[in-house]
Design a protein around this ligand. Structure first.
Ligand SMILES: N[C@@H](CCC(=O)N[C@@H](CS)C(=O)NCC(=O)O)C(=O)O
Length: 216
């Protein structure tokens, strides 16, 4: 069965791609380019697949799924016994994977997303970059990273001593933070966060996804 991934070059789709590579289904997926800067994600055909007008969407046979974190949970479960186990073995480990996935979505993502939008994309997307939002987002993200520093001083990865979906989910936007938006000091100034980032960003799966290219 070939998995189709719509909109592969952006951050949220990369969350899906790195999961597919970790689960060793990389030779069974096909990417369908969608240019969000040309508004292709709002075309009627795309809206039929993702009615909120965003990527990624996957089509796995006649099964369609959107929302990147739902998609990675789906594949981690569907291919539980193949490739890297991304969910933990015991139910308590699974609980912690889910907890840190939620932390990524609810605490980490909003601040880093604002930084990316206001530092990188504001002019391209036709809205003014707001220095107040940038400053407040950096402060909020710093506080979140302080919690991560404490957590990662006790275990190698967020959910424990095993790489999981929780860590994987941080890859795309943290890559912007250390790269294109030039705030790598936020990671490097925190010893345990820095060691964690070095570890997860050097995984062959992520290096492979970066080779697929990025618009920025
Ligand atoms: N919660 C969604 C967010 C997806 C999302 O924001 N995708 C971006 C690309 S990284 C997008 O399609 N942006 C276009 C838009 O929102 O108009 C998910 O995780 O799948």
């Amino acid at each position: 069965m070939v998995v189709k991934v719509f909109g592969p070059l952006y951050a949220a789709p990369k969350r899906v791609l790195v999961c597919l590579v970790e689960k060793e289904i990389e030779f069974e997926f096909e990417t369908i380019p969608i240019d969000i800067f040309k508004g292709e994600h709002k075309d009627p055909e795309c809206l039929k697949l993702q009615p909120f007008g965003a990527v990624p969407v996957i089509q796995d046979g006649d099964y369609t799924l959107y929302e990147s974190r739902a998609i990675v949970r789906y594949y981690a479960e569907k291919y539980k016994l193949q490739g890297t186990d991304l969910l933990g073995k015991a139910i308590e480990e699974r609980g912690l994977v889910e907890q840190w996935l939620e932390v990524e979505a609810q605490n980490y993502h909003p601040s880093i997303y604002n930084l990316v939008m206001h530092i990188l994309f504001a002019s391209g997307m036709g809205f003014p970059s707001d220095p107040k939002i940038i400053q407040e987002s950096e402060e909020k993200l710093g506080k979140v990273l302080d919690v991560y520093e404490e957590r990662l001083s006790k275990c190698k990865y967020l959910a424990g001593d095993f790489f999981s979906l929780a860590d994987l989910s941080h890859l795309p936007l943290t890559q912007y933070l250390v790269g294109a938006i030039g705030k790598d000091y936020m990671i490097k100034s925190r010893k345990h966060v820095s060691a964690w980032w070095d570890d997860i960003s050097n995984r062959p799966s992520w290096k492979k996804v970066l080779e697929f290219g990025a618009p920025f």
